[in-house]
Design a protein around this ligand. Structure first.
Ligand SMILES: [Zn+2]
Ligand SMILES: [Zn+2]
Length: 306
């Protein structure tokens, strides 16, 4: 199906796209933030990503959230897990906190009917990588075993590979996933900036297909669940996780266009995590570029961007 034929006359589109938005002021506010930018998909943090403690949403908040969601054009909601979580940590205290916080994040995601909880597979922090992989897998097993009715998939995100971050390579991802006995609970989120920083050249269709196939081979079933689409501030293989606006980094328009078209043809949602600056101007600009890079019509709301 061509991209054009996926766009209905009503403006309804099967292109799932959006961006990371703030949940400040309440989780029910995220829908208007996505709508004001023409997005039909959003990603949020369920709580301050820099603090460990948080409460599950109250019944009142859940009611407001569900009311907003039932009428919103934003139909998909992803949650990015806290950056503090390190399920591969060698420190007992951090590992326990990570386990409990991840469990709470998943409970919250289920209450919110989220479409996925995105998690970085953790860091070996300079220690032995294979031991770190085993620790990460053990915590994932413990958390999933404690949530037998979990509906929200846990999406493992590839990393840029800096500072002994796990999950920058398909084989490491595969090792973590292989020891989980409920593979149906797991999915994969690929971040274009992280791929590039980890040394995966995305400059041709063949390369992109190979990278995708290699990462997807880590999963026993199912395809890619989500793209994080970001340009990379530093060069190929830099190991540095620094996002740039679309077309403003080292990946560039051509390679990003290829990824967007692939996402579109396979129905995989695309979330931008590009630098924000003041107000909505940069978000609008990047969402506009997302469409122009793919050769898609720019939604009405974004026409005046940039
Ligand atoms: Zn990402
Ligand atoms: Zn990143």
């Amino acid at each position: 199906m061509s991209p054009e034929s996926r766009i209905g006359r009503t403006g309804k589109t099967s292109f799932r796209f959006g961006l990371h938005v703030s949940a400040a002021g309440g989780l029910d506010r995220i829908f208007e933030r996505g709508e004001s930018l023409g997005a039909n998909t959003v990603q949020i943090f369920s709580h301050s990503s820099r603090s460990w403690g948080f409460d599950l949403p109250t019944d009142e908040l859940l009611e407001a959230y569900r009311r907003q969601r039932s009428t919103s054009s934003v139909s998909r909601v992803y949650i990015h897990a806290s950056y503090l979580i390190n399920i591969a940590s060698e420190e007992h205290e951090i590992a326990l906190r990570s386990r409990d916080t991840l469990r709470k994040e998943l409970l919250t995601a289920d209450l919110l009917g989220a479409d996925g909880l995105v998690l970085h597979p953790g860091s070996a922090r300079g220690g032995d990588r294979s031991a770190a992989v085993r620790r990460a897998a053990r915590i994932l097993r413990e958390v999933l075993d404690s949530l037998p009715d979990l509906k929200t998939p846990l999406l493992l995100e590839n990393t840029a590979g800096a500072g002994s971050m796990l999950g920058s390579r398909p084989d490491e991802m595969a090792e973590i996933i292989a020891s989980i006995d409920r593979p149906g609970c797991l999915g994969l989120c690929l971040d274009s900036c992280h791929l590039f920083a980890a040394g995966f050249d995305l400059s041709s269709e063949e390369e992109l297909d190979r990278v995708l196939a290699d990462f997807l081979s880590a999963l026993p079933s199912g395809g890619l669940s989500l793209w994080h689409l970001n340009d990379a501030l530093f060069g190929l293989g830099s190991g540095r996780d620094r996002h740039a606006g679309l077309g403003e980094g080292h990946i560039g328009q051509e390679a990003l266009s290829r990824i967007i078209r692939k996402a579109l043809s396979s129905g995989v949602p695309v979330i931008l995590e590009t630098p924000k600056g003041e107000g909505e101007a940069l978000d609008r600009l990047n969402l506009r570029r997302l469409h122009t890079f793919a050769g898609l019509p720019v939604p009405e709301l974004l026409r005046d961007a940039g």
